[in-house]
Design a binder for this molecule. Structure first.
Ligand code: KG4
Ligand code: ZN
Length: 329
C-alpha cells in the first residue's frame, strides 16, 4: 500500500511517499527557515504564503523521486494539527483537492504522534507498548503508547517547549534561528561546569518546565555583559546540559512508572547529539531499549505522516472530504 503524506504544520512544506508503513520512496522537504532567521522565530504569514507557493512543486518532485504514477497512490495523508492555522490549512486543502481529483481516500493525522512514528520508520524491532518522548519547538511531552490508537499523555511542559527554550536562549545570545543546532555547536568542547543552571521543579513528576532556566540564562548574560567573566560558550554548554539531563531523567522515570523497556524519541531536539548520547547511555544502564529516528527524520517531514497514516488506516481509521484542521489536539 502506497501512502502519500503531506506536512505543513510549521515552516516546512513536506511531501513523503511510503510503502507499507516502512519503506520511504520519497521524502521531500522545502523549508522557509531562511526567511524567518532574521526575526528570531517563525512568522506565520511568511510560512503559509511560501507553503502555498511551493506545495504543488514539492508534490510533483516527491512523485518523481518515488518513481510512481499518481494512480499508484492508495491513500492521501495529511497533518491536521496541532500547528499554525494558515500553514495547516494549505496542507489540508491540498490533500483534499488531491484526494478528490485522484479519487483516493484522505486521512488526517496528529503532528505530535507522527513524530513518534519517525522512530518506527527507522528501526525494525520496536514492539508496543512503550514510552515516547516528543521534544520539539512546540512540544515536550511524554506518552504511554499501547498502540497508535491508544496514546496516553503522561506529562508535558507547563510553559516553554524544550526546543523553544533553545531558540530563545540562542536569540538572547544573538546566534540566530533555529537555536538548537547553534547552541549545540557553541557548547561543543566548552566547560559545562563553569556555571550551573537548573530547570524549575514541576507539580507532576513527569511534567517539564523550561521557562525559568531561559530567564536564568538571560540574567546571567546581562550580568556577564557588565562584568565579563564567563564565556558564552560555557553558558550555552551549561544550559544544554541541564535541559538535557531533565529530558533523560524524566523519560527513564516514565519507563519505570509504566514498567516498559522501550523508549521512542521524536521531534527536532532529538537531533541533538548530546541528548542522543546521554539518553542511549542512561537507557542502556537502566535496561531500556531507546530508539531515535535518523537525524533527517527528527525535524518536520512527511514520511512520518505517511507511516503513521498507514498504521491507522489498517486499523480502520477513515476521514471524508469534510476533514478540517485540528488546532488544539
Ligand atoms: O520538530 P521540529 O522540526 O518542529 C516542531 O514541531 O517544533 O523541531 C524544531 C525545533 C526547534 O526549536 C529547533 O531549535 C530544535 O527543534 N532543534 C534542536 C536541534 N535541532 C533542532 N534543538 C537542540 N539541538 C539540536 N541539534
Ligand atoms: Zn514537529
Amino acid at each position: 500500500m502506497i501512502v502519500l503524506g503531506i506536512e505543513t504544520s510549521c515552516d516546512e512544506t513536506g511531501v513523503g511517499i511510503v510503502r507499507d508503513g516502512k519503506k520511504i520512496l520519497a521524502n521531500v522537504v522545502e523549508s522557509s527557515l531562511r526567511l524567518h532567521s532574521k526575526y528570531g522565530g517563525v512568522i506565520p504569514e511568511i510560512a503559509s504564503r511560501l507553503q502555498l507557493e511551493s506545495i504543488a512543486e514539492v508534490y510533483k518532485e516527491a512523485v518523481k523521486t518515488a518513481k510512481i504514477k499518481e494512480k499508484d497512490i492508495d491513500l492521501i495523508a495529511v497533518t491536521t494539527g496541532p500547528g499554525l492555522p494558515g500553514s495547516l490549512l494549505v496542507g489540508v486543502s491540498f490533500a483534499k483537492a488531491l484526494a478528490l481529483s485522484l479519487g483516493k481516500p484522505v486521512l488526517g493525522v496528529n503532528h505530535v504522534y507522527s513524530h513518534i512514528y519517525a522512530s518506527i520508520l527507522c528501526h525494525k524491532n520496536i514492539k508496543l507498548p512503550c514510552v515516547a518522548l516528543v521534544v520539539s519547538g512546540g512540544h515536550t511531552s511524554l506518552f504511554y503508547l499501547k498502540d497508535f490508537s491508544d496514546i496516553r499523555l503522561l506529562g508535558q511542559t507547563q510553559d516553554d517547549a524544550c526546543g523553544e527554550a533553545f531558540d530563545k536562549v540562542a536569540k538572547i545570545m544573538g546566534l540566530g534561528y533555529p537555536g538548537g543546532p547553534l547552541i549545540e555547536k557553541l557548547a561543543k568542547k566548552s566547560d559545562k561546569h563553569r556555571i550551573k543552571f537548573s530547570c524549575s521543579g514541576t507539580k507532576g513528576e513527569l511534567d517539564f518546565s523550561f521557562s525559568g532556566i531561559k530567564t536564568a540564562v538571560l540574567y546571567c548574560l546581562k550580568d556577564n555583559r557588565s562584568k565579563p567573566g564567563i564565556k558564552n560558550s560555557n553558558i550555552a554548554a551549561s544550559f544544554q546540559e541541564s535541559a538535557i539531563n531533565v529530558l533523560v531523567n524524566k523519560s527513564l522515570l516514565a519507563c519505570k512508572r509504566k514498567d516498559v523497556k522501550q523508549l521512542l524519541i521524536g521531534g527536532g531536539v532529538a537531533a541533538n547529539n548530546c541528548l542522543r548520547k546521554k539518553l542511549l547511555e542512561a537507557s542502556n544502564n537502566a535496561g531500556v531499549d531507546c530508539f531515535f529516528p535518523d537525524i533527517s527524520l527528527c525535524m518536520d517531514n512527511a514520511a512520518m505522516v505517511s507511516g503513521l497514516a498507514y498504521f491507522l488506516y489498517k486499523q480502520g481509521a477513515r476521514d471524508t472530504l469534510y476533514l478540517n484542521t485540528q488546532l488544539n489536539n
